[in-house]
Design a protein around this ligand. Structure first.
Ligand code: URA
Length: 415
């Protein structure tokens, strides 16, 4: 995954002075095939270099959203809430957040994606559960929201077709790293969930899309602005991805860690991030007057087993069979530190590449995934380590574990 070059973010630009009508006509024409790809590529390039102002970015998002269908609302009085994360290593928050929120009188219709690049996708993680379906229809989504309150599935057939076409073009014209293009791409898909409240988790650091906090803030502000323009209560938190979230990085192992959090015994950083996001969402959705009150109610639902039960109901409703107590994973091989010292750097890009090399992620879109492989972090940033003490466990066959060992060793800076 390409990190966004600081030069592209930092420059002040004035936008393109495009009207709403011009943007609508361009996107509609592109989707119908009346505007050829070379002209759309030229516009993407113009946006990449000149940026767009806030109004243009909102109009672009709206035009993309209108290119397809949105999820229907069958319970207009029940608040619909959502979360989007810009993706980080070991980020399994959606698996916990959706059932936890569904313990309250809100609906959580989550359309998730697959992993491409170093960060995993929620659908791939859930598909490590035997028979879990990620291709629900609109009617199945509606029924499940009524019965369970939450659903995590792939986008149905005709959600934001403009983004599919435009993203493919951005990919081959190297125009992915542009804030208005990223923000409109993400927000058009989130707004298709027909939400009342949305919280964005914008990640920064070595294991994230945005390299630093300043860039993450610019992207967050841009997306909040779009949400508000579209009448959705939107807020964001920035979260540090200079090391994986939690201990598990992979697919089955991340589901197992999410289950640990739902059982009240997961890693503190994952639990805390989930509680922060959920509390903000419930306040935005007017369920509680403050994040402190929301957080304490959420903790109760997490610790009394209600959120776990909701997760099991969601999995069952989507055809999945959760083996007890955990999903099987590949054998663990320790990666031993070659020196004594303190861990001052963990390169998330390298850890993510190692997981792909093990077969836990994709090099190209049609690659299949081995859900059993991954990494279990043993040490965190700032911790002391002895020579021959494990930095992490590699879940893989012994040959593939050996193959990724040099790459994984180089991911740690120890002084
Ligand atoms: N994720 C998206 O959905 N779109 C982008 O442009 C970048 C990340």
């Amino acid at each position: 995954m390409a990190l966004i070059p600081a030069a592209i973010i930092g420059k002040k630009r004035d936008g393109l002075a495009l009207s709403k009508e011009e943007i609508n006509a361009f996107i509609a024409g592109f989707c119908k095939g009346e505007i050829p790809e070379y002209q759309m590529a030229a516009l993407a390039m113009a946006i990449f270099f000149q940026s767009m102002d806030a109004a243009e970015t909102s109009f672009l998002t709206e035009a993309m959203l209108r290119s397809g269908e949105c999820l229907r609302r069958i319970h207009p009085t029940v608040m619909r809430v959502g979360k989007h994360s810009t993706g980080g290593l070991g980020d399994k928050t959606s698996l916990i957040l959706a059932p936890l929120l569904a313990c309250f009188p809100v609906h959580v219709p989550k359309l998730s994606g697959r992993g491409l690049g170093i960060t995993g996708g929620t659908l791939d993680k859930l598909e490590s559960i035997p028979d879990y379906r990620t291709n629900l229809t609109q009617s199945e989504i509606e029924k499940q929201l009524s019965d369970v309150g939450c659903v995590i599935t792939g986008a149905t057939g005709n959600i934001v077709p403009a983004d599919k076409k435009l993203y493919a073009l951005r990919d081959v014209t190297a125009t992915v790293p542009s804030i208005p293009l990223i923000a409109s791409s993400i927000m058009s898909k989130k707004l298709a969930e027909s939400l009342d409240a949305l919280v964005l988790d914008v990640k920064f650091g070595t294991g994230a899309f945005m390299a630093n906090q300043e860039q993450a803030q610019i992207l967050a502000d841009c997306m909040i602005n779009i949400g508000k323009h579209m009448g959705v209560a939107t807020d964001a938190i920035l979260s540090d991805m200079n090391q994986p979230l939690g201990k598990a990085v992979g697919n089955a192992c991340e589901v197992n860690e999410a289950l640990d959090v739902l059982r009240g015994s997961g890693p503190a950083d994952v639990t805390d991030l989930v509680l922060q996001l959920c509390a903000k969402i419930l306040v935005l959705a007017k369920q509680f007057p403050s994040v402190e009150i929301a957080r304490s109610e959420l903790q109760t639902q997490l610790h009394n087993g209600s959120a776990l039960e909701r997760f099991e109901r969601m999995v069952m409703a989507q055809g999945g069979k959760l083996p007890s107590p955990v999903l099987p994973t590949a054998p663990a091989h320790p990666l031993l530190s070659v020196q004594r010292g303190r861990i001052v750097g963990i390169d998330g890009q390298k850890l993510g590449l190692a997981v792909i090399q093990l077969g836990g992620g994709r090099k190209v879109a049609h690659d299949s995934i081995d859900p059993s492989v991954g990494l279990i972090m043993e040490k965190r940033l700032g911790e002391a380590i002895e020579r021959d003490e494990p930095l992490l466990q590699i879940l893989a066959t012994s040959q593939t574990a050996q193959d990724v060992t040099p790459l994984l060793q180089s991911a740690f800076t120890i002084v």
